[in-house]
Design a protein around this ligand. Structure first.
Ligand code: 3PG
Length: 307
């Protein structure tokens, strides 16, 4: 009987775990739960005798993959898989998948919620501004970016997007204006919402050069990854520009410094919560369970992300 581990330092909603259990039970497999673990050793022990693992932002590095002697598949219940060592997985013969699109509405709703929170001065009782008529720049037009555009239209925002890989006609079909470069996006837009993955190319790419191009009263909203921000550059920019706001769903390494220096125009959630909804947990968790069953029973590798 195949054993499936759900290893989530930040657990799914109970209703999602119940749904995952049903899929695993119906397949005749066994479910093992490791939630809210505090020590890597717990993950190393739990992975030792399982065939499959469902994770979120949990780190699956070479050591974890080596500890999973029977491991055949790791499914990241979510979009970004920068937390998985893909090369080691390939070397160990382990298939890695994600569940694209399953939690994207939740992340997009949070991005808009953070925008409202920031333009209303973090609900401190003072007079703020509105999103209507403001220029919104969507940096990368994947599943989350597309949902951000859909919701921002309801707010009456003027929407622009830059994506190095998505064809212009796909973006334009949503009534979104395409710009030719990241520089142009930042120069044009009052608010930029980040949706790029963390890769070798994108890490530290949101730097002083780019941010300083934004117009007066600008704001950056980050529901993507902390690694894409050049944190020293962000400090420098916010020291120079008292008009600039930064709101993020991924606490940066220098969170305490940012909160102290830029009170009133900086906000971070305590823990990434873009995908923390029952709906997103159900969608991504159950998709992950189904993908595991289909992989083990039928060899379906549709959502594979490693070579
Ligand atoms: C993702 O990549 O799917 C999101 O960042 C959500 O991550 P989480 O599952 O850790 O909340």
């Amino acid at each position: 009987m195949a054993k499936v581990l759900v290893a989530t330092e930040k657990p799914f909603a109970k209703v999602a775990v119940d749904g995952i259990k049903k899929v695993i039970d119906d397949a005749g497999f066994e479910l093992v739960l490791l939630e809210k673990y505090t020590d890597k050793k717990q993950l190393l022990d739990a992975v030792a005798d399982v065939d499959a693992v469902i994770i979120r932002s949990d780190i699956v590095d070479a050591e974890v993959l080596a500890a999973g002697k029977n491991l055949k598949i790791v499914v990241r219940a979510g979009a970004g898989y920068d937390n998985v060592d893909l090369d080691s997985a390939t070397k160990n013969g382990v298939c890695v998948m994600n569940t694209p699109g399953q939690n994207s509405n939740a992340v997009a709703e949070l991005a808009l919620g953070m925008m409202v929170y920031a333009v209303r001065n973090f609900y401190n009782g003072t007079s703020g501004t509105e999103l209507k008529g403001k220029k919104l720049g969507i940096h990368a037009y994947g599943n989350v970016g597309k949902n951000v555009a859909r919701i921002a239209k309801g707010f009456g925002m003027d929407i622009y997007a830059y994506d190095a890989f998505c064809p212009a006609n796909v973006i334009e079909a949503d009534g979104v204006k395409v710009v030719a470069s990241a520089e142009e996006l930042y120069k044009t837009c009052d608010v930029v919402s980040l949706h790029i993955p963390a890769t070798d190319e994108t890490k530290n790419s949101i730097n002083y050069d780019l941010l300083s191009k934004m117009p007066a009263g600008a704001m950056l909203v980050n529901t993507a990854r902390k690694e894409v921000i050049n944190e020293a550059d962000m400090v420098k920019l916010m020291e120079e520009r008292a008009d600039f706001k930064y709101v993020t769903d991924i606490p940066p390494a220098n969170n305490a410094e940012m909160a102290e220096k830029f009170a009133g125009r900086y906000f971070s959630t305590p823990k990434k919560m873009g995908a923390q909804t029952a709906e997103a947990n159900i969608n991504a968790g159950i998709a992950a369970a189904n993908q595991i069953v289909d992989f083990i029973k039928n060899g379906n590798e549709k959502f594979r992300v490693n070579k």
